[in-house]
Design a binder for this molecule. Structure first.
Ligand SMILES: Cc1cc2nc3c(=O)[nH]c(=O)nc-3n(C[C@H](O)[C@H](O)[C@H](O)COP(=O)(O)OP(=O)(O)OC[C@H]3O[C@@H](n4cnc5c(N)ncnc54)[C@H](O)[C@@H]3O)c2cc1C
Length: 468
């Protein structure tokens, strides 16, 4: 690998290259530190330089040069991924896409854009036509659409539209390959699984086409329940109620709201479970009727109606991984797990896990949709004591039948289903034959026989001594 030759060649082509050690370090980091395990493994990781293309043509030139010089390339949206997805494990080039942020075309039901546009800016552009994006991560204000598609899973809107991987939620991706002469490919249909949620390991997404939904001024709501199970049943039934349009339903076990949500805390008791909702304005009368059948539901906040001395801000910034962020700010020993409770009667399983592990493990449940049925997933808060205990907690979930997408691992497989995704692997062989894109993130590329009996440690990871 020749870093100086790559930098010189890129500068010759007029491409923006940053070699300033402090800004390169800042752009080499994502939210990996959410996990004490990843913090221990990845804190020292740093790229050699950052290249910032302004167009697809510049992406192609950067990949051409890095391919010729054998320089690894790790793509970055805004680095809010919390599985260490955007950490350049082998150094090399960080390809920063924040300047490829054009919204190119908006039609009825669809938008075409570049990958570096922030979710909030994309939504604002779509709002001008009376439309909005179907779903977004709770990092809507800071994350890019490219990073969401390559590194995320779902979020606000998933209660209505399912997850990003569900057919129909991405229409088309345009991808540049990492070869001597990079190609651009238009990816649609089943092939979308090759590159979506692949962490940029097998191609760089340079154009995105996604479907849109009608836009609403969603109303944020908080309810308190003395009984956690009733809060779960209320939320599941609400999401199942076809006539009431909601964009978010999140349930927090006590005392999450009291201990970690500073602006909500004055309005709840220590034993209260809390539900956060986003309801469409025209659905409010239906929601009021629905809620009146739950005597245990106390409506404590309705956006635009409640007069709290301290405005809580957007309700979605309490859900998804913002719950973990809020808890971490109060108690730095908190970490989390990502659990699938499924769509076949998930509430008994959640209650079983709660009974076994609370309060060391507190339930934060997101209501989603999968295969036409209401589903539930946990972004469960965990009081971290040791790696051994964390692994034990993961094993207990699995024993009980609750599948875990381990957020304390930096590889695609360990953060996913603990097995190879043949479509992604096959596409990597075709699109990145030298294995230069985001190296270390796909176990099966490096070690096809890996047994998943312990945490994978990529042999090519920058040694800690190199950073000193
Ligand atoms: C507080 C908090 C809340 C969060 N909430 C959610 C949530 O609700 N739902 C959710 O899914 N995630 C969530 N996340 C994770 C993350 O914020 C989202 O997935 C986000 O959309 C990622 O966007 P980004 O621009 O920060 O991507 P980055 O972190 O920069 O990149 C993510 C991955 O995608 C790759 N990548 C980026 N752009 C491209 C491209 N154009 N082509 C190929 N590969 C690319 C990167 O290499 C990396 O592997 C949360 C994280 C935090 C810290």
């Amino acid at each position: 690998m020749s870093i100086p030759a790559a930098i010189a060649a890129l500068q010759d082509k007029g491409i923006e290259v940053d070699i300033n050690p402090s800004s390169v370090k800042a752009k080499s980091r994502d939210f990996f530190w959410y996990s004490p395990v990843l913090k221990d493994r990845l804190d020292h990781v740093i790229a050699d330089f950052v290249a910032t293309p302004k167009s697809e043509a510049e992406v192609i030139e950067i990949l051409r040069v890095c391919h010729a010089e054998d320089v690894p390339v790790t793509t970055r949206g805004t680095g809010t991924g919390n599985y260490g997805q955007a950490m350049p494990l082998a150094g090399g080039c960080v390809l920063h896409l924040n300047k490829m942020n054009a919204v190119k075309d908006i039609q009825a039901g669809r938008v075409i854009c570049e990958p570096g546009v922030l979710l909030k800016d994309l939504d604002a552009a779509c709002n001008e036509t009376g439309q909005e994006i179907r779903m977004y991560s709770s990092t809507w204000a800071t994350a890019t659409i490219g990073g969401f598609i390559a590194g995320g899973s779902g979020g606000i809107g998933s209660v209505r539209w399912g997850s990003l991987r569900d057919p129909g939620n991405i229409i088309r991706l345009r991808v540049v390959t990492m070869e001597a002469d990079p190609r651009t490919l238009e990816i649609t249909g089943h092939d979308l699984h090759r590159v979506s949620h692949a962490y940029g390991t097998n191609g760089i997404i340079t154009e995105i086409e996604i479907p849109l939904a009608p836009a609403y001024d969603w109303i944020g709501i908080f309810l308190a329940f003395e009984d956690f199970e009733e809060a779960l049943r209320y939320s599941h039934a609400l999401a199942s109620c076809d006539g009431i349009l909601i964009k978010l339903a999140t349930i927090f076990e006590a005392p999450i709201a009291k201990d970690y949500f500073q602006r909500v805390a004055p309005h709840v008791d220590q034993g209260d479970a809390v539900v956060a909702l986003m309801v469409a304005p025209h659905a409010m009368p239906g929601w009021e009727t629905f809620t009146s059948d739950y005597p245990g539901a106390r409506v404590i906040y309705v956006q635009g109606q409640s007069d709290w001395p301290r405005d809580p801000g957007p309700v979605f910034e309490y859900g998804w991984n913002h719950t973990t962020l809020r808890a971490l700010k109060v108690d730095p020993s908190i970490t989390y797990l990502q659990i699938a409770y499924g769509n076949e009667d998930p509430i008994p399983l959640i209650m079983k896990v709660k009974e076994r592990l609370s309060p060391e493990v507190l339930q934060h449940v997101e209501v989603t949709r999968s295969n036409g049925k209401v589903a539930m997933g946990g972004l469960t808060l965990v009081k971290f004591t040791s790696e051994e205990r964390l692994d034990e907690i993961v094993a207990i979930h699995e024993e009980m039948g609750a599948m875990n997408f381990n957020p304390h691992r930096y590889t695609l497989e360990e953060g996913g289903r603990q097995s190879v995704d043949e479509r992604q692997l096959e596409f990597k062989r075709e699109a990145d034959p030298k294995g230069l894109l985001n190296p270390g993130k796909m176990i099966t590329w490096d070690d096809p026989d890996w047994s998943y009996d312990r945490m994978y440690a990529w042999p090519g990871l920058q040694p800690k001594s190199a950073a000193e």
